[in-house]
Write a protein that binds this ligand. Structure first.
Ligand code: CA
Length: 236
């Protein structure tokens, strides 16, 4: 049996806290909870959890600041819990170094999927190249990072260099939402204009080549106001 993952939940709302704690424990995770940022930060440092679930609206500190502080000394995956109306906060949280977010109210299966996905990414970041770092596969799409080729339905499809860069960045972060700004700065450099028109144009071209029906994408999903999320890699 694999050792249980240790999680830390930083959340001040009792109901949500209880719901998450119960869900995690019944799914065999070990979990500690903290009702505020101060306790959360000290537990994060003393317990070195495998993943942190963080509510952005805490009584004693802004959640974004909590992310910045943790990122000062740790790469532990941080999954943000936020309210539906907090689009700007979600973007700031991701740009501050959070790995992903989940919007309240959320169901058990969504929460568990997000946690598994974040834990999988963090464990595949170790020294040896994992299969997922060599290739991305989902449905009829294969991206071979070594050979630099993209195949759809078994045929090589040509993408421009910019399109390829966008696709590799999204697919190497599959399952995780990537903000417009971080995608733009990855593809065009840190001083690029953060106006995302050129990104949208490229994305439209990518979807035209990639998707059977670009209006109902199966590979790259838009998170409105935030960024894009690419479908999970089927290679573990
Ligand atoms: Ca709260």
């Amino acid at each position: 049996m694999t050792p249980k993952n240790q999680l830390l939940l930083i959340e001040d709302e009792r109901n949500i806290c209880n719901f998450i704690m119960t869900t995690l424990k019944s799914n065999d995770y070990k979990v500690t909870d903290a009702p505020n940022a101060k306790t959360g930060l000290s537990l994060a440092a003393s317990q070195c959890p495998d993943l942190i679930l963080l509510d952005l609206g805490l009584p004693d500190m802004d959640g974004i600041e909590v992310i910045r502080q943790i990122r000062g000394w740790s790469n532990v995956p941080i999954l943000v819990i936020s309210a539906r109306t907090q689009e700007k906060e979600k973007v700031s949280a991701l740009d501050a170094g959070a790995d992903d977010y989940i919007t309240k109210p959320f169901g058990t299966s969504e929460l568990m999927a997000r946690i598994r996905s974040a834990l999988r990414r963090s464990s595949s970041g170790s020294n040896q190249l994992s299969p997922a770092q060599l290739q991305y596969t989902a449905g009829d799409l294969i991206i071979d990072y070594e050979k630099h080729i993209i195949m759809i339905h078994g045929e090589i499809v040509h993408f421009t260099q910019i399109e390829y860069k966008i696709l590799t960045f999204l697919s190497q972060n599959a399952g995780r939402v990537i903000t417009y700004d971080s995608l733009i700065s990855h593809v065009w450099g840190p001083f690029a204009d953060s106006n995302n028109r050129i990104l949208r144009v490229n994305m439209a071209n990518i979807r035209r080549k990639l998707e059977n029906n670009p209006a109902d994408p199966q590979y790259i999903f838009t998170e409105i106001g935030i960024g894009y999320r690419m479908r999970d890699n089927e290679i573990p």
